[in-house]
Design a protein around this ligand. Structure first.
Ligand code: COA
Length: 266
């Protein structure tokens, strides 16, 4: 059952809920969904709305038309001062961090070009599924800039320093199969099956206990930047927090009673 999108018709980002999954679609297809200030702001509003909604258990991010997102809107660049450029980066970084720290799983359904800020948006999601038509890359150096929405940090964390630097320094665009080979995307599917595959995977995720999902995301995200001893201490802490939930009792009871669990989200 689809809830009506309440965003204004002119919004560069659409938001729909079906089967407890919010789909956030970047919709400036005539500009290949390039991220201008209004689009970044609308993306931030959409993820905050999904995070706050009791109806939503998971989020899928995608793009309208032939692009996922072809990067930050280049038309803004020629006149940026140093201070404006710094704020421009901070604005996108803050919004993308809302995707990464979402306690509800976020899947990027990469339907086409994911370049620059588009690749960075996908990197800020928990899982990336690519259509076989997707093209990914960090072409910023070709414009005399560097990735500014987290790409210099998330890309090496995901694919390793050498592969990340190769992509960032050449500015090359790679296809979906190459992105799969280097671990930049989790899977590649035929374009026509992309959204169904994303919904199926999200369905598998959100059938699980919401607090367990939130704790798993938080523990992975925070732990990766800690020394191992601190990170496993965090894991034990999070594991302990699972035991404060009804869902933990229900999960174990359901297994022992050989039935499907009925999670209540606390
Ligand atoms: N910022 C602003 N506008 C963009 C854009 C971006 N990042 N990417 C695409 N567009 C616009 C184009 O200017 C064009 O607008 P126009 O029709 O008003 O001229 C429209 O989107 C279609 O793009 P076009 O270049 O004609 O399509 P294409 O199929 O020939 O090429 C790309 C597709 C993705 C290869 C090409 O658009 C491109 O290289 N985009 C920039 C990618 C980039 O460098 N991103 C990082 C930015 S930091």
């Amino acid at each position: 059952m689809s809830a009506p999108a309440s965003a204004a018709a002119s919004s560069p980002v659409s938001y729909e809920i079906a089967d407890r999954i919010a789909t956030i679609t970047v919709s400036r297809p005539d500009k290949l969904n390039a991220l201008d200030r209004a689009t970044i702001t609308a993306l931030g509003e959409a993820i905050d709305r999904a995070r706050a909604s009791a109806e939503v258990l998971g989020v899928i991010v995608t793009g309208a038309g032939r692009a996922f997102v072809a990067g930050a809107d280049i038309s803004q660049f020629p006149t940026l001062s140093e201070e404006e450029a710094r704020r421009f980066a901070q604005h996108g970084q803050t919004v993308f961090r809302r995707f990464e720290t979402s306690p509800k799983p976020v899947i990027a359904a990469v339907n086409g070009f994911a370049l620059g800020g588009g690749c960075e948006l996908a990197l800020a999601c928990h899982v990336r599924l690519a259509s076989d038509a997707a093209k990914l890359g960090q072409p910023e150096v070709k414009l005399g800039i560097i990735p500014g929405y987290g790409g210099t940090q998330r890309l090496p964390r995901l694919v390793g320093k050498g592969r990340a630097l190769q992509l960032i320094l050449t500015g090359e665009t790679i296809d979906a199969q190459e992105a799969l080979r280097i671990g930049l995307v989790n899977a590649v599917v035929p374009a026509a099956e992309l959204m169904a595959t994303a919904r199926k995977m999200m369905g598998q995720m959100i059938a699980n206990s919401p607090p367990a999902l939130a704790l798993a995301i938080e523990t992975v995200e925070r732990g990766l930047d800690m020394p191992l001893d601190e990170a496993i201490a965090l894991e034990a802490e999070s594991f302990g927090r699972c035991a404060t939930t009804e869902d933990m009792r229900e999960g174990a009871r359901a297994f022992l009673e050989k039935r499907a669990p009925k999670f209540i989200g606390r």
